[in-house]
Design a protein around this ligand. Structure first.
Ligand code: FES
Length: 319
């Protein structure tokens, strides 16, 4: 596997940030500057014995020499959030990757941000960026109850552009549909949250006439793909060498290329982080990921190698 750029960082603060959430502030161990990032970016965090986990960056724009990530303790944690909450201490070291952004803020006259739970982290940074340029936006924030509220001071500074919806007060998306969804022209929806919330929002927006290319999302877990998967074998060609490899039904493109000694960047290996996105020169990918938006998928000029397959017998990859 190709090694992505990494940094050793020190945890300079570990604070609670709304019930069940931990806010970690990280600085480079060698005191050099961390790379800048754009709203929606995430980093990989190497967790001992668990591998890499992805977290959205949520530091305020003025905090140039540090990163913040907010981690929710997941009841179904496979180790990552549990270790960060219970084993990691202030002053400890971590290894993180350079930021990557596969969830950039789209350009639009009007932006509706829909965040549920810890899905707030990338959208808070987007909201602050939109506020800084006096753009037209609203952040709808969905939480179970008021105790869950994180980043309260930063949200407060966004004023009435944040609309709070607490399920405990009968304001969930199932109980109340915001009027904002009625106005579609020159608008985009940007959403991040658990799968049930995202599916519900997608269904509602379709019902109200929003097009799929007005809908930008980031998910916590791979979505359940409902379209039938194309299980036929196909070939991939490496454009730089002309080498061809067959991808059988039970294999991913990434697995086969790694086995053949071709270095590719991998991280989540679930079609969620975008690390392995690769340009397609010829052929028609069968997109199975949660990274590319509808427009990118329709363009068919890139593919997520860890999970997607091919509709055409041959894919030529820009490798
Ligand atoms: S490794 Fe994360 S999308 Fe492929």
């Amino acid at each position: 596997m190709k090694q992505a750029e990494t940094f050793a960082v020190t945890v300079i603060a570990k604070q609670f940030n709304g019930t069940g959430n931990l806010l970690l502030t990280l600085k480079r161990a060698d005191a050099l500057a961390l790379p800048s990032y754009t709203p929606g970016a995430h980093i990989d965090v190497a967790i001992p014995l668990c591998g890499k986990r992805q977290y959205s960056l949520c530091s305020a724009a003025e905090a140039e020499d540090e990163y913040q990530i907010c981690v929710r303790l997941d009841a179904a944690s496979t180790g990552g959030s549990h270790w960060l909450h219970h084993q990691l201490n202030q002053g400890d070291s971590l290894t993180i990757s350079a930021p990557r952004n596969h969830f950039p803020l789209p350009t639009s006259s009007r932006t509706l941000l829909f965040a549920a739970g810890i899905g707030l982290t990338p959208l808070l940074v987007m909201a602050e960026a939109l506020a800084a340029r006096a753009a037209d936006f609203t952040l709808h924030l969905y939480l179970k109850n008021r105790d869950e509220l994180a980043f309260s001071a930063r949200l407060k500074s966004l004023g009435d552009r944040v609309v709070y919806h607490f399920s405990s007060e009968n304001e969930s998306l199932r109980q109340h549909i915001p009027d904002d969804l009625l106005f579609i022209e020159n608008s985009v929806i940007v959403a991040c949250g658990p799968e049930g919330f995202m599916q519900n929002l997608q269904r509602l927006s379709q019902q109200y006439g929003w097009n799929s290319d007005q809908f930008y999302t980031e998910r916590f877990k791979p979505s359940t793909v409902t379209q039938p998967i194309n299980t036929d074998s196909f070939d991939v060609e490496i454009a730089s060498s002309g080498a061809r490899f067959t991808i059988k039904q039970e294999e991913s493109i990434a697995e086969v290329l790694e086995r053949e000694g071709i270095e590719i960047d991998l991280s989540c290996e679930q079609g969620m982080c975008g690390t392995c996105v690769t340009r397609v020169i010829a052929g028609q990918p069968d997109h199975r990921d949660d990274v590319l938006n509808m427009k990118q998928k329709a363009a068919n000029d890139c593919i997520v190698l860890c999970c997607s397959r091919s509709h055409s017998p041959l894919l030529v990859l820009d490798l």
